[in-house]
Design a protein around this ligand. Structure first.
Ligand SMILES: NC(=O)c1ccc[n+]([C@@H]2O[C@H](COP(=O)([O-])OP(=O)(O)OC[C@H]3O[C@@H](n4cnc5c(N)ncnc54)[C@H](O)[C@@H]3O)[C@@H](O)[C@H]2O)c1
Length: 312
């Protein structure tokens, strides 16, 4: 099982879940996994813009979980042409390598940001608004390449639209890490507007389990939202972190223009067909994240990966 982007936040958890289920994961990434010991996971260091690297990485692979991307929307805004080359172009390259290698399933990491601009409750077959962010445009291009490769070449895909992941190994700029870091430093937690914008935060290990469930035969050529039923407002999240870490202030700042308005994303299809739901409550998931972060900050604490596997 090839995991592109397997050295990253979500991908590294997918690697672990695959291994737990008895699969043999291989990573294709530009960097060695900082979350595994050297040599622990079969790894091809390479770039998704390099067809040769993809070809080597897919040798003897049954399935590809394609997560490699410029995943930080701020980085996409700084260099949209690069993001288009990696996210859209890299997905096309990966699909083409998968077709040539005879891969049986191409699992694609998309995002619930594709529902931005929609109101009410949204599900997988609903019409989408044209994207308002280049990141979303590149991820949607990847979805379109998946469906067209299935039609043209018979390569089975599964598109997964991830909710907003959080948990151990998260990038520091994301909302949960930055709130936790501020709270640990005794700084106030700043919330845009009144903080009533809701987020479907999903605990990363639940998400990784969903990626593995997507290998089921029923998931061929389907789209699934991987979201939680538990919708949490940014203000509620700040309150959870304040309660777990200590007594810090919550401050309100002017609302941001580019905030995800927060349509209700329906997760019923994944529950019915994959038997998947995100089972980790926000309080528990945030506690796992804090434990992991503190163990990293405290050199006398247990080695971080021991903490990670304890969480698994
Ligand atoms: N984090 C989120 O909020 C979120 C939400 C929805 C969907 N996603 C999607 O999930 C996937 C994983 O996101 P993440 O949060 O784990 O990001 P991440 O940045 O932690 O991981 C991405 C990995 O891809 C690798 N990579 C980047 N460019 C590459 C290239 N050219 N060739 C090979 N490898 C490359 C990076 O080195 C990194 O290890 C992405 O496709 C992202 O679009 C993320």
């Amino acid at each position: 099982m090839l995991v592109t982007g397997g050295s990253g936040f979500i991908g590294s958890h997918v690697v672990d879940k695959l291994r737990d289920r008895g699969h043999e994961p291989r990573i294709l990434d530009m960097i060695e996994s900082p979350h595994h010991a050297p040599g622990e996971i079969d790894t091809v260091i390479g770039d998704v813009s390099d067809p040769g690297a993809l070809e080597r990485a897919m040798e003897d692979c049954e399935a590809v979980m394609h997560l490699a991307a410029v995943a930080d929307v701020s980085e996409v805004a700084v260099d949209p042409a690069y993001a288009q080359a990696i996210n859209a172009g890299g997905t096309l390259n990966a699909l083409d390598a998968a077709r040539t290698a005879g891969v049986q399933r191409f699992v694609y990491a998309s995002t619930i940001w594709v529902y931005d601009g929609r109101d009410g409750t949204v599900a997988e077959d609903d019409r989408l608004a044209l994207p308002a962010h280049v990141y979303t445009a590149t991820k949607l291009a990847g979805e379109m390449y998946c469906t067209s490769y299935a039609k043209l070449y018979g390569l089975d895909y599964t598109i997964l639209r991830f909710g907003i992941p959080y948990g151990p190994r998260a990038r520091p700029a994301a909302v949960v890490p930055s709130f936790v870091r501020k709270a640990l430093d005794g700084e106030p937690l700043t919330v845009a507007g009144d903080g009533s914008q809701s987020r479907r935060f999903v605990y990363v290990e639940d998400l990784a389990r969903g990626v593995v469930e997507a290998l089921r035969p029923v998931a061929a050529n389907k789209v699934y939202n991987l979201v939680t039923g538990e919708s949490v407002t940014v203000l509620e999240l700040a309150s959870v972190i304040r309660d777990l870490v200590g007594d810090v202030d919550i401050q309100h700042l002017p609302a941001r223009g580019a905030d995800f308005a927060g349509a209700e994303v329906c997760g019923a299809r994944a529950a019915e067909q994959l038997g998947w739901s995100a089972t980790t409550p926000i309080v528990e998931g945030v506690r796992h994240y804090i434990d992991w972060l503190v163990s990293r900050l405290d050199p006398a604490g247990p080695p971080p990966e021991a903490v990670d596997s304890a969480l698994g």
